[in-house]
Design a protein around this ligand. Structure first.
Ligand code: NAP
Ligand code: ZN
Length: 349
């Protein structure tokens, strides 16, 4: 039977988050019912609430990086049991038949069912994890290893996998000179992962306030992108840059930091087109590319990597009544204030 659960929703575009109750479907044959423990506040949340990526579906319950405990399993579930610690990420289903799904890249499925601001297979709107519970097919969950703190593990489910996937895809490792633009939710995990992979890591931040933290996370160097000398001293220096900024930046200036034949991976999702002069690419053969989140398989691999290397996210835990302030902080300061991810204690919803 459908159950109601407490949640926080934006009732309309750009609306304040209000407490409400939402339906969760009955636990189907392959379903897992989860008591949500913690939910990270991703920068994608205010962007979607505010309609920056196109018309949103309201009421909108955001939340796509969470951890929780299994409370019920469907009769044919084999992967999880009641009491298991699980992670919920950006999507809760896919068509399972396309080339992407059949090749372990279901996150690129053209019929992906996203965790919120989308529709499930039955055509009902999906509601995210700013809520007390959720029901998800067992194939779209991961297991959170026992040694990872549930609160600090929540941001790994979006911020973590979004940077881990391209780091692995582009073979970042010993001998790689990598620059990470933006030390926010995604960026701080990129620094930790790239350091653990053995790369030479430089943080490229627009200011100096995060310098000590950058070195603590494993950076070898820290450069201020508001400082013109950075672009002189590090001209054509990096093999790869991972950019995690939401704002439309001066990409030509940033591309000047990448070496011949290097790679610029833009992960940030500004709310409109950006500009790049083609000579930034023509004369350098730089590949300007991007990447979307990661697969369930890669996410599980990332969690094991975190255990092996003692990596977790840096969080500021907040109660549910702090959600609007947290979202405003991301809107007004572009993620520059939070150290380094707001995480909602879902028991306070
Ligand atoms: P965040 O925590 O807000 O961090 C973004 C960082 O960007 C800030 O900490 C800041 O770092 C820097 N920044 C902000 N405004 C800036 C400006 N005007 N100029 C230069 N730098 C600025 O955000 P997040 O949650 O990590 O998300 C980052 C972006 O990735 C968002 O656009 C989000 O939608 C996107 N995203 C993409 C995917 C994907 O699959 N590709 C998945 C998740 C999120 P400094 O203070 O160090 O400069
Ligand atoms: Zn996210």
């Amino acid at each position: 039977m459908t159950q109601l659960t407490d949640a926080y929703a934006a009732i309309a575009k750009s609306g304040r988050m209000e407490k409400t109750r939402i339906p969760r479907r009955e636990t189907g044959r392959f379903d897992v019912r989860i008591d949500i423990a913690y939910t990270g506040v991703c920068h994608s949340d205010p962007l979607q609430i505010d309609g920056a990526w196109g018309a949103g579906i309201y009421p909108m319950v955001p939340g796509h990086e969470s951890t929780g405990l299994v409370t019920e399993v469907g009769p044919e579930v084999t992967k999880f049991q009641v009491g298991d610690r699980v992670g919920i990420g950006n999507y809760i289903d896919s068509d399972r038949t396309c080339w992407f799904c059949l090749n372990g890249m279901e996150h690129y499925c053209r019929n992906l069912n996203v965790t919120y601001n989308g529709y499930d297979k039955s055509g009902e709107p999906t509601y995210g994890t700013y809520s007390r519970s959720i029901v998800v097919d067992e194939n779209y969950l991961v297991r959170i290893p026992g040694s990872l703190d549930l609160a600090a593990a929540a941001p790994l489910m979006c911020a973590g996998i979004t940077v881990y996937s391209p780091l692995r895809h582009f073979n970042v490792g010993p001998g790689t000179k990598i620059g990470i633009i933006g030390l926010g939710g995604l960026g701080h995990l990129a620094v930790k992962f790239a350091h653990a992979l053995g790369a030479e890591v430089t943080v490229l931040s627009h200011g100096t306030s995060k310098k000590d933290d950058a070195f603590a996370f494993g950076a070898d160097d820290y450069r201020n992108t508001a400082e013109p000398d950075t672009f002189v001293e590090r001209a054509e220096y990096f093999d790869i840059i991972i950019c995690t900024v939401s704002a439309a930046l001066n990409f030509d200036q940033l591309l000047s930091l990448v070496a011949f034949d290097g790679t610029f991976v833009n992960l940030g999702a500004p709310d409109g087109p950006v500009s790049i002069g083609m000579f930034s690419l023509i004369l350098t053969r730089i590949s300007f590319t991007s990447s979307a989140i990661g697969s369930i398989h890669e996410t599980q691999e990332m969690l094991d990597f975190c255990v092996k290397h003692g990596i977790t996210s840096e969080i500021e835990q907040i109660p549910a009544e702090g959600i609007n302030d947290a979202l405003d902080s991301l809107r007004e300061h572009g993620g520059s204030k939070v150290r380094y991810r707001y995480v909602i204690d879902a028991s306070t919803i």
